[in-house]
Structure formats: structure tokens, C-alpha cells
Design a protein around this ligand. Structure first.
Ligand SMILES: *Cc1c(COP(=O)(O)O)cnc(C)c1O
Length: 366
């Protein structure tokens, strides 16, 4: 038996006909960039997030970069983020010329620690980027309270949390502006790159609309120096078809997570995900902590089980950020968890037998 880390082939069968018909329409109309389907998808995804505006862009990384740019974040500014995340959360800050300030996470959720955020604020701090890691929202009430007190903008990195909710409120609507990725392996994934900025703030929405399209206000007038970062019509067709299934797919993921939790419950060496009772976890990633991680990971692969590490090196210790001057020991909890974490196979259409095979193998190896 073997279990892939991710396998979307069953998903594709469900949406194939709709995508084929939609793509045929786009190919015949020839409206490949920001066509009608892209505009419709922006509206439906914004509605899904309970926000007024959605602006489709090239990727999650660009969504973050354009959101920061729309907030006029630039050289001399500081932006606070957790070190324990995908590197794009930091890169987007560096693109603006601002300085990323890496802080510690909470032990249970692996999300940014609001106290660490508060302690890192200086007069230069312009924004904070809470990441809803693995699919569980960050502690947004505390983050928003601190941010409001200090006049700091809150940018949600929602790249891993499509459809999750915090105190009944959808991810994407919890800060000033939120950024999603539609990279193929995300819970809502395109057949290529894609992303979106969602917000209730009309000014931010308009600025991101200009920034993604050469700074344009109309065909010939360019008000600001913008970029080329738009959502393809082709990707919008795929995403619109998938969005209709997203809630159900999230339920399927949660069921597998519950099954993992139950089967791994007796394994005291292992730490399963902690979910706070005021939020939902959509399990883009199901990650466990275990001793002897590297050895077990290698053995899992030898047993034909797809496992990965999200993330083995916190960003403050990445070579790319050597110039930021951090050293091992600066963020001990992030560093400890990076050494213990392992992501297990997770996708909506895996079977109960798949989960059982993964758990039996894992328990045996530990
Ligand atoms: C995937 C991801 C991104 C970047 O999205 P891309 O579409 O790959 O550019 C940013 N932040 C987090 C937390 C991610 O998981």
C-alpha cells in the first residue's frame, strides 16, 4: 500500500466537465486576462470570505506584496511576522524595502504570539502579518487589539486557510486586508499560479487594482508605478468550479483529521494538532510533532507514505535572511518545533484506510 502526500485526481473528476466547458468558452472568446470569468470569481470569492472586495493577482506572494504596497509600506518601515511560516510571508516585506521583524509563535497553534508581537513594536512598525498556519486562524482579537492601540495595519496571510473561521467570522475578513494563494497544492488551488487580495476597505481595493495592472486608472492613464500581476481567466474558470466544493472538501479534511487524532491518541510520544475552541481548522496541513523526526520521516518514505516538513528552518535562520542578523537561539520555540514537526498525507479524497495505514506505520516506527 502507498499513500501520497496529496492526490487531487478524484477532485479533478468531479469538476472536469465544468472546467472543460468553461475553458472552451474562454478559448473561443479569447479574453485571457481579467476576463468576465475572472471578475465573477473575484466577486464570488470575496463573498465567500464575507468581504466587499476581491482583487485577483498572480500569486499569494504578489497578493501580500501588493497589499503591503497599497498600505505605502516602504524603506525604513518595520513589519512584524512569525518566523515559523513559509518564506513568502517575509519576502513580500523585503520587496517593499521594509524590514521584516521575526517573532515567536504560540506553542499550541503555531501561530504568531500576540505578546511577542506587542513586545516587538517600535515607532517604525507599520504592519503585522498574522499567518493562519496549516488552516487554523491566529489569535485575531488580541492581535487586532494591540494593532489598533498602536495604529498598526493588520494583513492576514490566509494562504493556508481558505474557509476557516475565527469566533464565527471568516478568515479574510479579520484584519484590514487579507491575502490568499491559489497555488495548486493549497486547499483552493488553480492549475497554475494565482492569488487574491480581499478587503472591506475600498481604498485598499482600488489601489491593489491599480498596482496589479501597471498602475492604470484607464487604458492609457497610469497614476502610479504599478506591476503586472493579474489572475488569468483560465485559472478563474478552474477556481470557480472548485469553490463550489470547497466547504464540502474542508469537511472531508476535518473528518480525516479527526480520524488521525483518534488513531494517534494513544501515542504519547507524538503531539497532534491543538485546535482552539473559538475557531475552525481547515487542515490544509495536518502536522504532528514527534521526537526523532528525521529518522521517522525517512522510514515513512521507505514505507511509501508521502510526508513533508512545514517548515524545517524558521525564516530568521534562512541563509537568505543572514543579513537580518538573527542567530540560533533567538526564537527558541520556533526552532524547537521546526526540528520536531512532520506533515502527514492530507487531501479530501483520501480514504479511511489511507489514514489507518499512515497511523499504523507511524505508531510502529515510533
Ligand atoms: C503558499 C504560501 C504563500 C505564497 O503563495 P504563492 O501563491 O505560492 O506565492 C504565502 N504564505 C503562505 C503562508 C503560504 O503557505
Amino acid at each position: 500500500m502507498s499513500v501520497k502526500f496529496i492526490d487531487f485526481s478524484e477532485q479533478y473528476k468531479l469538476i472536469k466537465d465544468e472546467i472543460d466547458a468553461g475553458l472552451k468558452k474562454v478559448f473561443e472568446a479569447g479574453n485571457f486576462i481579467m476576463g468576465e470569468e475572472a471578475k465573477n470569481f473575484e466577486a464570488s470569492f470575496a463573498k465567500y470570505c464575507d468581504t466587499k472586495y476581491g482583487v485577483g493577482v498572480n500569486s499569494g506572494t504578489d497578493a501580500l506584496y501588493l497589499a503591503l504596497s497599497a498600505l505605502d509600506i516602504t524603506v525604513g518601515d518595520e513589519v512584524i511576522l512569525p518566523s515559523y511560516t513559509f518564506i513568502a510571508t517575509a519576502l513580500c516585506i523585503s520587496y517593499t524595502g521594509a524590514t521584516p521583524v521575526f517573532v515567536e509563535i504560540e506553542e499550541g497553534t503555531y501561530n504568531i504570539d500576540p505578546d511577542a508581537f506587542k513586545a516587538a513594536i517600535t515607532p517604525k512598525t507599520k504592519a503585522v502579518i498574522p499567518v493562519h498556519l496549516y488552516g487554523q486562524p491566529a489569535n485575531m482579537d488580541d492581535i487586532n487589539a494591540v494593532a489598533r492601540e498602536h495604529g498598526i495595519a493588520v494583513i492576514e496571510d490566509a494562504a493556508q486557510s481558505h474557509g476557516a473561521a475565527y469566533r464565527g467570522q471568516k478568515v479574510g475578513s479579520l484584519g484590514d486586508v487579507a491575502c490568499f494563494s491559489f497555488y495548486p497544492t493549497k486547499s483552493l488551488g488553480a492549475f497554475g499560479d494565482g492569488g487574491m487580495v480581499v478587503t472591506n476597505n475600498e481604498e485598499i481595493s482600488q489601489k491593489v487594482q491599480m498596482l496589479r495592472d501597471y498602475g492604470r486608472t484607464n487604458r492609457y492613464a497610469h497614476k502610479i508605478k504599478g506591476f503586472n500581476s493579474r489572475l488569468d481567466t483560465v485559472q478563474a474558470v478552474v477556481l470557480a468550479a472548485k469553490l463550489k466544493h470547497l466547504d464540502q472538501w474542508n469537511v472531508m479534511r476535518a473528518k480525516h483529521a479527526a480520524n488521525y487524532n483518534a488513531q494517534l491518541a494513544g501515542c504519547t510520544e507524538l503531539i497532534a494538532p491543538t485546535v482552539m475552541d473559538d475557531r475552525t481548522h481547515v487542515y490544509q496541513t495536518y502536522a504532528v510533532r514527534l521526537p526523532n523526526r528525521d529518522h521517522v520521516l525517512e522510514k515513512m518514505r521507505q514505507n511509501n507514505i508521502g510526508v513533508l516538513i512545514h517548515y524545517p528552518i524558521p525564516i530568521h535562520l534562512q541563509e537568505a535572511y543572514a543579513d537580518a542578523g538573527y542567530k540560533p537561539g533567538d526564537l527558541p520555540l520556533s526552532e524547537k518545533i521546526a526540528g520536531e514537526i512532520m506533515s502527514l498525507p492530507m487531501y479530501p479524497h483520501m480514504t479511511e484506510d489511507d489514514v489507518t495505514f499512515v497511523c499504523d506505520t507511524l505508531k510502529r516506527l515510533i
